[in-house]
Design a protein around this ligand. Structure first.
Ligand SMILES: Cc1cc2nc3c(=O)[nH]c(=O)nc-3n(C[C@H](O)[C@H](O)[C@H](O)COP(=O)(O)O)c2cc1C
Ligand code: SF4
Length: 707
């Protein structure tokens, strides 16, 4: 089938013909060896992306000097000729499936993850950016250390130009089709180019020409070492979203300067590290919000322009290409969430595409920021080949999944794909579980529904038996050979004096009334109207953030009370950066949506001691008391639902527990554990002494246990 004509049209970058308009824009998967050499995980990941049909794959941030900078603790390094064989294998793994490939060369500068101290910079401001992988480890009981930066001398800048040239030559030698320079996001080249960040007084600082001197010198060095036919692509930020930073008008001039210098294509991005909202686009950012930039730049240059950020739907991308708003669509996280996006689009299987929900939990918070390898919250096999479904189980089993939330649905999906016969029991009138709590949270609603619907359609397409409005008994579950307990968590009211009955569960406060949703149980979900204007949201974590943002968006004056030192510290950091801006009634970068009617106030480190008719008594960590007037109060305290689990264990049923019924965490944990359960269901059905279901035992051990 030949769907999406424009998406699958070839394009030329310099002399290189790319088969389609889809570019996997650079994504550092931080999966290399400690010395930065190519690992089997690097090969596997990029090979899979190529298999999925992406036309141009730009391998993420690769250091031209591994000693002075690593963007993440295990990013790729190409600072020596001995790196070439590994990169040659990497290129071959992508060429095998028809992709063209490039390596992005990056000097991480002040934002390097390594070295931890003495990072290189254009000038001497030391920064603490909580959402940056350069942030030093903040130990639980100590504040972050003050860091120093090493300001480059003019001679050292020239030395780095040489290092980039050498690295590009190695990229070419390894068989890659092009090289890309990372001049975006506040890293070293970007710092030199930025009117906001570059405070140098030598020939590399000051006016437009001086600020471009460093990247242009690198382009010239690469062209000398690799020849004019080896394409150089440059990635830079079209808008920096800080006062005094580069804006679109200057970025158009930058584009012209790069084209004149022989650059073969431009890869437009957004932000510097001081404006993370625009750079990491959390869920609040709508699809296609950056297309204004490629539209403007395309008018000024003839070389191809790649544009990215929050592009998710093939229909949308096709339209953008058809209207000439960009020459190529760049997908970073989307390819992590579903590397087969191009193949599915080409074959018209768009409903099967697992669209990235921009949650940043798997690929940022719990990988790069945590100094770990790549992961994706909704694609368990991203960065973990062991969770890729490779074949059927030896013997099909009858499996019950109790709870139709994301973890339960993922367990059911994986187990069914592997040939098991699965029944989902869901006590409410629809599948979705905790995701349904996001339906009303502004910014999250659309994307969380994408994922909920993807799972619900997969369950329907696979023919999984679903028993809605059913909470099974232990006796009923005896009919199954295994039970996956995915009963999730629910709100409760902690110990408190006074009128406990006034407290509303968050599940009722944010129940979505949109009957237009095809999965809405027309008679089953009833939102509760909250009295008055001043609403206290009591609790922490995702439930409290979503409840607070929804209530603020409908004109309530929200007061959050949390016993934590910092509200929602376990929620993904860029989302909280944007959320805090909105709580304080300031616009986040590039977002135009209306701020709330009232600012949201947050009382941290406090507990509610007593609930009165119209007032609450709060106690802080120093036992100081204060009263708070309120009209309604909502609890967002959650705890696992384990009643049935305990009954099953007491009755000796084979059961494995996953997701929030282990402990309330996030979508990533639920989906990963669901997938792992689905993968572990095998004929042997063995549990180890930790109550964990185990599979893949060596044949001799299995024999010893069963003889
Ligand atoms: C895990 C991760 C790694 C990234 N690594 C790089 C990188 O190495 N180089 C780069 O220019 N941008 C990097 N980015 C930014 C992406 O290329 C992209 O600009 C951003 O994620 C927004 O686009 P998307 O919505 O398609 O993901 C990274 C983003 C993520 C989430
Ligand atoms: S973890 Fe979230 S943001 Fe990252 S790729 Fe997966 S779905 Fe997208």
């Amino acid at each position: 089938m030949n769907n999406f004509k424009h998406l699958f049209e070839p394009i030329r970058i310099g002399p290189v013909v790319v088969a389609n308009r889809i570019c996997h824009v650079p994504t550092d998967i931080s999966s290399s060896h400690r010395d930065g050499s190519v690992s089997s995980r690097d090969i596997h990941h990029h090979e899979e992306v190529a298999k999925g049909g992406t036309g141009l794959i730009v391998v993420g941030a690769t250091s031209p000097n591994g000693k002075t900078n690593r963007s993440t603790v295990t990013n790729l390094v190409i600072d020596d000729d001995s790196c070439i064989p590994g990169f040659a294998r990497l290129a071959a793994s992508m060429h095998r499936y028809g992709a063209k490939c490039a390596v992005q060369l990056q000097h991480a500068g002040r934002q390097a993850a390594l070295p931890r101290d003495g990072k290189i910079a254009s000038n001497d401001a030391a920064h603490s950016l909580p959402w940056s992988q350069s942030r030093d480890i903040v130990y639980a009981y100590a504040d972050e250390k003050v860091k120093t930066v090493h300001v480059l001398t003019t001679d050292e800048v020239i030395q780095i130009v040489e290092e980039f040239g050498e690295a590009a030559w190695r990229v070419m030698q390894a068989g890659f089709d092009a090289v890309e320079l990372h001049a975006a996001h506040g890293y070293l080249l970007s710092q030199f180019m930025s009117p906001y960040l570059n405070k140098r007084i030598d020939r590399f600082g000051g006016g437009f020409e001086n600020r471009l001197r460093f990247p242009l010198a690198i382009v010239s060095s690469i062209r000398k070492k690799c020849g004019p036919d080896f394409p150089v692509i440059i990635r830079y930020s079209a808008d920096e979203w800080v006062p005094g930073g580069r804006e679109l008008a200057e970025s158009v001039e930058v584009a012209k300067a790069f084209e004149n210098a022989g650059v073969a294509a431009l890869d437009l991005s957004q932000c510097i590290q001081e404006s993370p909202g625009a750079g990491f686009d959390p869920m609040q950012y709508p699809e296609g919000w950056t297309l204004y930039a490629s539209e403007a730049v395309k008018k000024a240059v003839k070389i191809p322009v790649i544009n990215s950020h929050s592009l998710r739907n093939p229909e949308f991308c096709e339209q953008a290409l058809a209207e000439g708003r960009t020459d190529m669509v760049g997908l970073a996280r989307q390819i992590l969430a579903d590397p087969y996006w191009p193949l599915k689009a080409r074959q018209g299987k768009t409903r099967a595409i697992r669209r990235c929900i921009s949650c940043l939990t798997g690929c940022w918070q719990e990988s790069m920021m945590a100094k770990k390898e790549i992961a994706c919250a909704i694609n368990p096999s991203c960065g973990n080949e062991a969770l890729a479904i490779k074949g059927k189980a030896e013997r099909p089993l009858r499996v019950a999944v109790v709870g139709g939330g994301p973890g339960g649905m993922e367990a059911a999906r994986v187990a069914t794909e592997r040939g098991h016969q699965v029944t989902i029991f869901e006590k409410t009138a629809e599948l979705g579980g905790a995701i349904l709590g996001c339906c009303l949270a502004p910014g999250k609603d659309e994307k969380m529904k994408w994922y909920a619907d993807w799972l619900r359609y997969q369950i329907a397409d696979l023919g999984v038996e679903v028993r809605l409005r059913q909470a099974p008994t232990v006796a009923e579950l005896r009919d199954f050979q295994l039970v996956v307990n995915a009963t999730g968590a629910a709100s409760y009211v902690p110990e408190v004096r006074g009128l406990k009955e006034k407290v509303v569960p968050f599940e009722e406060a944010i129940a979505c009334p949109r009957v237009s949703c095809e999965f809405h149980p027309k008679d089953g979900r009833k939102p509760r109207k909250l009295e008055g204007t001043r609403v206290v949201v009591w609790g922490d974590h995702y439930a409290a953030v979503d409840t607070a943002t929804y209530l603020a968006s409908i004109g309530k004056e929200v007061l959050i009370v949390t016993d934590r030192k910092e509200f929602a510290s376990a929620v993904e950091v860029v989302h909280m950066y944007v959320a805090w801006k909105r709580f304080r009634q300031t616009e986040a970068e590039a977002l135009t949506s209306k701020p709330y009617k009232y600012p949201v106030t947050v009382h941290q480190g406090c507990h509610i001691e007593e609930i009165g008719e119209k007032e609450l008594v709060l106690v802080d960590r120093d036992f100081r008391k204060k009263t708070l007037a309120y009209d309604s109060i909502v609890t967002c305290w959650t705890r696992p639902n384990i009643e049935l689990l305990e009954q099953m264990r007491a009755a000796g049923l084979p059961v494995t527990n996953i997701g929030d019924s282990v402990a309330p965490r996030n979508l990533h944990a639920a989906v990963r554990e669901g997938a792992a359960a689905g993968m572990s269901i095998d004929a042997e059905m063995l549990f180890n002494p930790n109550q964990a279901l185990i599979d893949g035992l060596p044949a001799d051990v299995l024999g010893q246990l069963t003889r």
